[in-house]
Design a protein around this ligand. Structure first.
Ligand code: SF4
Length: 366
């Protein structure tokens, strides 16, 4: 494993800091993934019925480790690293072959992915710049010009997997960072590959529903999360509808959102409900913020302050405040309607009540 020492100046002292650069070389990561795993649950489970987590992963393949997204609520870059360690095509294809030989394999690979599905083989163009870089995210607030976001290696790999006669479908179940797909780089070929990637995923690698994670609709909250503006999700939705039409498909786009993230107020959640309603979504894939170790969002959750700016940040912490935010995901369900109206009126936000429960939508309400 490569681990160069980095010397940093702190005050008038020079100190050697833990290298931010320990990442597996291809040969090393291949060696780990090529070990003769049984692909079975730990013997302690001793055939004790269905293990849901195992069901999810038994026919899935990890093609890389690490994530350079740097979302403030996520620990992946803390425990897998910001730099991507990718397996070789050969190693991935060997595992595909192994999966196809499993007695219960019916032709479907449930995921060909990683922490973020579409970071395979991505890295800095000039890696010496990356070694000194202190940005927590390579793609927020904008995609770094030094980051190679060409999706070609994934196009090639997916195609090879599709050509395996024993594979009926290989799904991409991991989350896709659509900001990199929609980014307009100075390289036309890269842009074309990235757009092609989206089309290929929709055409060949979606089990009927493509899951993406805009996480919120408030640009202020998104900025704090280090996630792209909601406008980009709207653009993706348009592109998704267009590709479906052109390819005569009927796939669904499933957005994931988080309520009660530090910085999110219940009015922001009301706006999230209004914006997604206007896009004809009825949300189902949602979660309430859960503090996780080693993340910026968790520091804010516990302290109430942003440690970089010392600005005080509102965070919904108690059960009632959290439920108040969560209910907006399900505004279309009868059991939440009266409570939502009551809460918004108490805040003097009749305008939001009107927007959320307009006449047209009342007719749609289940
Ligand atoms: S220079 Fe750019 S690509 Fe390299 S680590 Fe920094 S942000 Fe990421």
């Amino acid at each position: 494993m490569e681990a160069k020492k980095l010397v940093q100046r702190i005050g008038d002292k020079k100190v050697v800091v833990n290298p931010p650069w320990p990442t597996f070389k291809e040969k090393e990561i291949d060696r780990i993934y090529d070990l003769p795993y049984t692909r079975l649950p730990h013997p302690r489970y001793n055939n004790k019925g269905v293990i849901p987590a195992y069901e999810m992963i038994r026919h899935s393949i990890n093609i890389h480790r690490g994530c350079f997204g740097g979302c403030t609520f996520c620990t992946i870059s803390a425990h897998q690293g910001k730099f991507i360690a990718s397996r070789s095509e050969k190693s991935v294809l060997r595992e595909v072959e192994k999966v196809t030989e499993m007695p219960d394999f019916k032709g479907y690979i449930s995921d060909l992915g990683g922490p973020s599905a579409n970071m395979y083989k991505m890295k800095g163009i000039h890696e010496e710049i990356c070694r000194k870089c202190k940005r927590p995210s390579c793609i927020f607030p904008s995609v770094c010009k030094n980051l190679d976001i060409n999706h070609k290696p994934m196009l090639d790999l997916y195609e090879k997997v599709r050509h395996n006669p024993k594979v009926k479908k290989a799904f991409i179940g991991s989350g896709i960072r659509y900001d990199m797909i929609l980014e307009n780089t100075n390289d036309k070929e890269v842009n074309a590959n990235n757009r092609k990637y989206l089309r290929e995923v929709i055409k060949h690698h979606v089990s009927g529903r493509l899951k993406v994670a805009p996480e919120h609709s408030s640009d202020e909250v998104l900025k704090f999360m280090r996630k792209p503006s909601f406008k980009l999700f709207e653009e993706l939705n348009q592109e998704f509808i267009k590709i479906n039409k052109e390819e005569k498909l009927n796939q669904q786009l499933i957005p994931y959102f988080i309520s009660s993230h530090p910085g999110s107020k219940s009015e922001d959640m009301a706006n999230l409900a209004i914006q997604t309603k206007d896009m004809n979504f009825k949300l189902e894939q949602v979660q309430d913020f859960t503090p996780t170790p080693m993340t910026l969002a968790t520091v804010v959750y516990y302290s109430g302050y942003h440690p970089y700016t010392m600005e005080q940040i509102y965070t919904a912490r108690n059960k009632n405040a959290k439920e108040q935010q969560r209910q907006f995901f399900f505004w279309y369900k009868k059991e939440f309607r009266n409570k939502i109206i009551r809460d918004l009126k108490a805040k003097g936000r009749e305008d939001l009540v009107k927007q959320l429960f307009s006449k047209k939508q009342n007719n749609d309400t289940k």
